[in-house]
Design a protein around this ligand. Structure first.
Ligand SMILES: Nc1ncnc2c1ncn2[C@@H]1O[C@H](COP(=O)(O)OP(=O)(O)OP(=O)(O)O)[C@@H](O)[C@H]1O
Length: 300
């Protein structure tokens, strides 16, 4: 469980996070979404005790991170994948982490296998690609077999196979009952991965919503009738917004599919097609964050 309550972080001239509250429960993957600079990393750093909040609190497993006894056994994190000695091998890097946290060396072999770095474990980190570096960062996060995981943009630099692998890994970790918070600035990376979304924009909480609800929000109804103008007029009278589609169907907003069917029946109009059309996640995300994008291509 991660709990963020009234969290605010101000830098001298900048508000990075403002009065943000949300809870991340165990057993599901929570996606932490927001455009570049919206405050995701700052929030995660506050949860991990790496950044001191200006106001509010962030706790993990009921206490501030710094009060955990052997933090690595409780909480695994990927926040700054570059924070490692480039002259060390991947194996030596993980072994040093294990030893300084009282973890058995056998865990190093376990996580090296788990993340697929077996073939390069004894090579120096300096020569690692971005994707290999991400895998190493994920290995470090998993080293203590923690019950809570915070991963900041874990698929950054991974190829499609790597992205698929991370998705599967996150789902498995959640199914095991762990708490999984994973950030991204791309909705596409959250599709098929997150069960729930916490969305930030310019440091503020924009949404804390189940993935299914977000899809439902932008939903409309598609209806086709040989007497479309009569049906459209009846739907208007029922309070719906109706827009004719190029293929002759009507798009109806503001009524459920059942209500549209009832209106058609009452108007004595035959219906040849009736369906709920969910918005794409990308469209739902853009609708949420559109006003809150700080860095926009071409912006003055
Ligand atoms: N140490 C710092 N000093 C001053 N400003 C900072 C500092 N760290 C972050 N910020 C600012 O706070 C805001 C939020 O940054 P943060 O890195 O938390 O966003 P993010 O959502 O993780 O972005 P990205 O997706 O680009 O990683 C940004 O405007 C950033 O410039």
């Amino acid at each position: 469980m991660i709990e963020v309550d009234g969290l605010t972080k101000r830098y001298r001239t900048r508000v990075a996070v403002e009065d943000v509250s949300f809870t991340v429960p165990p057993g599901r993957v929570t996606g932490f979404l927001g455009p570049n600079g919206s405050g995701k990393t700052t929030t995660m750093r506050c949860v991990l005790g790496l950044t001191r909040p200006t106001a509010g609190t962030a706790t993990v497993l009921g206490v501030p991170y710094r009060q955990l006894d052997v933090p690595m056994r409780r909480v695994g994190a990927l926040v700054d994948p570059r924070a490692r000695h480039p002259g060390r091998t991947a194996y030596a890097h993980l072994l040093a982490l294990a030893q300084s946290n009282g973890l058995p060396a056998s865990r190093v072999d376990d996580v090296v296998d788990l993340v697929g770095l077996g073939a390069v474990a004894h090579e120096r980190v300096r020569g690692f690609s971005l994707g290999m570096g991400q895998r190493l960062g994920i290995a470090a996060a998993l080293l203590g077999d923690p019950e809570v995981l915070l991963l900041d943009e874990p698929v950054n630099g991974l190829d499609p196979e790597g992205i698929r692998w991370v998705r599967g890994l996150l789902r498995d970790l959640a199914v095991e009952g762990r708490t999984v918070l994973v950030s991204s600035h791309l909705m596409s990376e959250m599709e098929d991965t997150a069960d729930h979304l916490v969305v930030l924009g310019r440091g503020r909480l924009l949404a804390d919503v189940a993935m299914a609800d977000l899809l439902g929000r932008g939903a409309s109804v598609r209806v086709r009738s040989p007497r479309a103008p009569v049906l459209a007029a009846a739907l208007h009278r029922a309070g719906a917004a109706v827009s004719p589609q190029p293929d002759g169907a009507l798009r109806v907003d503001g009524l459920s599919a059942a209500a549209v069917g009832d209106v058609a029946f009452a108007a004595g109009v035959p219906v040849h097609e009736l369906a709920t059309v969910t918005a794409s996640l990308e469209a739902a995300y853009l609708a949420l964050t559109g006003e809150d994008v700080e860095y926009r291509a071409g912006a003055a």
